[in-house]
Ligand binder design. Sequence first.
Ligand code: NAD
Length: 413
Amino acid sequence: MGLCTMKSKKDKTGIGIIGLGERGLGTLPLLLAMDDIEVAAVCDLYEDRVAKGVQLAIDAGKAAPACFSDYNQVISLDCVDCIIITTSWTSHPEILMAALNAGKPAATEVGGASSLNECWDLVRNCERTGTPCMMLENCCYGREEMALLQMVRQGVFGELIHCRCAYEHDLREQVARGVENRHYRFHNYQHRNGDVYPTHGLGPLAKLLDINRGNRFVSISSMATKSRGIHLWAREHLGSDHHSSVIDFAMGDVVTSMIKCARGETILLTHDTSLPRPYSRGGRVQGTKGIWIEDNASIYIEGKSPLDAWEPFSRYMEKYEHPLWQKSSIQEYCAGHGGMDYLVLRAFIENVRDKSILPIDVYDMASWMAVTPLSEQSIALGSMPVPFPDFTDGKWINRKEEAPSKYGLNKTL
Ligand SMILES: NC(=O)c1ccc[n+]([C@@H]2O[C@H](COP(=O)([O-])OP(=O)(O)OC[C@H]3O[C@@H](n4cnc5c(N)ncnc54)[C@H](O)[C@@H]3O)[C@@H](O)[C@H]2O)c1
């Protein structure tokens, strides 16, 4: 559809963005506002979405990026230094691997894997090529999540024992209207029954729990309820002969998983997107000295909080604010999702440019994405626990701690 117009400028990182649905078109303005990058190419299977992407660049006063429907063409462009993938879940691994094989660092949006093989392929490709890749798990850079990271590292909760997280979001309309809106969730809910969207809650917890760095997920046991919510919503809002009112959705309305970690902690993980409810990531962090709960924004720390009474978390947030969130102008430069979308993009772009360690690496991605097929397997087996592969091949035991860095999320020296 188009040629690369960007003149190779050594001071700017050339980005190719693949996938221009809701998320891609939301990410593009953040990228276009960055001075040190150039959006060199955009790509989607749908021409109208590509056209919207080009228009966003023009409206931002930038040169029109080259446009394509075939992601391989984006990856092969000389002016594209790295790739950002904002496509549907099932397409992430193949695009990531094409980028890695071409030696282009790549970041992908969140989502679970379709199979364990896919996770292994990703790990092996990344190891073989030495090309870095990262999951853009923006919630790792949320303000609360980063303050909690500071608190856990400073021992405020004592030794961690149990955590909870969730993706609790009323998506009935998005799923039910998925065919007419060309949205991938519809077919996933039609055919799969498992936790298809685990990483918003699990990613930040994995960092608190040192997963793949001294700890790892060992096994998972999942259970799904019956499926009612999408059907009912579709019947009430779209009519009884709409396809979402008549087909059978495989996805249970609430999917609950328990994950056991090698160091002995447990995680309760919930996927709840087919019933009426306010949004939550259902967080809970509990250790030998105290507990934080997201839903009522409260905390109890033994010896600090009044006896047997919750305190507002806001007081602790101020005290343990992460340096990335202390910047006074953060509201000005942060738009998407209150700043975390910007921060996760910067974490990828700056670390790739500086050839530094990425804060979320391929082992993190593989173990977080594996939750989806493993939960599907466990549900299919009547909630039998199923083992997590060790994607690090034992490296999690003695992995070196990392030097402190601006966007670092891992244990530091
Ligand atoms: N981090 C967040 O807060 C957040 C929020 C929303 C969505 N997401 C993630 O963003 C991704 C996209 O979600 P969305 O809601 O924008 O979906 P969407 O269906 O609106 O858009 C996905 C786009 O990818 C395109 N696509 C699929 N396969 C492709 C291929 N092989 N080559 C080129 N283009 C291809 C589709 O044509 C579509 O336009 C998902 O992984 C989702 O989980 C993340």
